[in-house]
Design a protein around this ligand. Structure first.
Ligand code: EPU
Length: 458
């Protein structure tokens, strides 16, 4: 049973905290990863587009959907709500919302799993059924991850929010939700999606200021436009949504997963390998590619993907994570593994989440020289801080890594542990690797494809 959801900050264990060990890998490291991997649709679009299907009067078709556990969670939640989901086994989902019904608290709670996506069901369910229930939210334990922006936005549309011991119940007024004037305190990805998924069917116009503009958000806007929505945006993070009475289903191919692409790029950099990431595209990765090059990486852009490798010795960099078009928070963990092999001092400022550097403890256990400054540090290369919240990791390299026994704390941290183990000399055991399946499709097959030497235990 999940615990009560808190609207404001509800402290959660930090990375590397109490995780129950699941499947483990025994990894023999010290050899370059070389080969080709394919990336499919982005986790952070596919799951949202699946929720959008609830808003359509007809069937939706979503293509290039990755076979990952976050997608399975959203699929079960849709099915609990009466949506029929058919999977052709090759990444094409057909979602028919014509039988949508309200679900019991217990059922939703049982299917919500370790995902934050259930919060995005609110708007569509309020339009469809007049009410919604949200259990406690999972997702990676990388900070407080509150939902206050979401609930404030839903209230602005006219929803009533009621806190219950089992979660949060929302209801729409009898006349339905109405368009709102909303300014987000921070360009939150999830809260922007919440507003989009709610405003498209609300009466009247919604103006959203300080919106997130990540490529996955733009792809969700494309999905909604295919469904009949009217959405326009200005370059200054302002989005206008004109509500419409009804929407139809869509046929859409997901934008590629740039987080997975960046992860494999860092694996090539860390292990002195050479990896071609099929499906990766330059435009959505411009910021990553600049940092990759400055750190000593080299890449070739091809029609069907990007080839990543070292261009010489690795060099230290100073990076700060930020909202798009900044350097994504999801990219810093695998990059830090590579920076342990760079000659000199690198600094990574994490400004999006307050607890996303805890994973470095295991890298230190493997021989890395990394000091985390929990309050952040002043640095000549640092721009004006966007938020109070920030920490910094100072990485001194190069340090040879050696094998260790480590437990995966979260999705991106987990991937990074596997790459660190593959970079290290000797044998490592990486436990609880199941979490990696939340966001990396066919992870073990892909490791094999690039020549990783490992055994699955348990
Ligand atoms: N925030 C609030 N209140 C809210 C919502 C967010 O204070 O109501 C804060 C968060 O605590 C955080 C910051 O705003 O400090 C940014 O959070 P955001 O809402 O942008 O993140 P999210 O929507 O929860 C998505 C991705 C994350 C990715 C971030 C940033 C999904 C399912 N998750 O999270 O992906 O890191 O945007 O780009 O789309 C991952 O893939 O491993 C992952 C964690």
């Amino acid at each position: 049973m999940n615990t009560l959801l808190s609207e404001s900050a509800s402290p959660q264990p930090g990375s590397g905290g109490n995780v129950s060990p699941g499947q483990a890998l025994t990894i023999r490291g010290g050899r370059p990863l070389t080969g080709r991997v394919e990336v499919k649709g982005a986790k952070n679009l596919a799951t949202k587009a699946m929720v959008a299907a609830l808003l359509g009067g007809t069937e939706s078709v979503l293509r290039d959907v990755p076979d990952i556990s976050d997608v399975h969670v959203v699929r079960s939640l849709l099915e609990v709500h009466g949506v029929t989901v058919e999977d052709d086994g090759e990444g094409v989902l057909r979602l028919d919302p014509s039988g949508a019904v309200s679900a019991h608290f217990e059922e939703i709670d049982a299917h919500a799993g370790a995902s934050r996506i259930p919060i995005l069901f609110c708007g569509p369910l309020l339009h469809l059924l007049g009410q919604a229930f949200i259990p406690d939210l999972g997702g990676c334990r990388i900070g407080d991850r509150p939902i206050d922006f979401h609930l404030d936005a839903l209230r602005a549309f006219g929803a009533t929010v009621e806190k219950l011991p089992s979660g949060i119940r929302l209801s729409a007024p009898a006349e339905g939700l109405t368009g709102a004037d909303i300014e987000l305190p921070y360009p939150s990805v999830g809260a922007t999606e919440q507003v989009l998924l709610t405003a498209v069917r609300a009466k009247g116009t919604t103006e959203l200021r300080n919106a997130a503009i990540e490529p996955e958000i733009m792809d969700l806007i494309a999905v909604l436009q295919k469904m009949g929505a009217i959405i326009s945006y200005e370059p200054n993070r302002v989005i206008f949504i004109e509500g419409v009475d009804s929407l139809r289903g869509y046929d859409h191919r997901c934008i590629f997963d740039r987080n997975e692409a960046a992860s494999w790029a860092c694996a090539a950099l860390a292990t002195d390998g050479d990896i071609f990431v099929g499906g990766a595209k330059q435009q959505e990765m411009l910021t990553f590619l600049n940092v990759f090059r400055k750190a000593g990486g080299d890449f070739d852009i091809a029609e069907d993907g990007i080839r990543f490798r070292r261009g010489g010795p690795l060099k230290p960099v100073v990076v700060e994570t930020d909202v798009h078009p900044g350097f994504m928070t999801d990219w810093q963990q695998p990059l830090i593994v590579a920076l342990t092999q760079a000659e000199g001092t690198s600094i990574v400022h994490e400004t999006v989440y307050e607890n996303r550097l805890g994973f470095t403890r295991a890298l230190v256990q493997m021989g890395a020289d990394i000091v985390v400054h929990p309050e952040g540090i002043a640095s000549a290369d640092r721009r004006v801080p966007r938020r109070e919240l920030e920490q910094a990791a100072v990485i001194n390299g190069p340090t040879p890594l050696h094998g260790a026994d480590v437990v995966v704390p979260d999705l991106r941290g987990g991937y990074s542990y596997v790459i660190a183990a593959l970079t290290a000399e000797g044998t490592s055991t990486v436990r609880n690797v199941d979490i990696i399946r939340r966001g990396y499709e066919k992870f073990l097959d892909k490791l094999t494809d690039v020549g990783a030497d490992f055994d699955v235990v348990g």
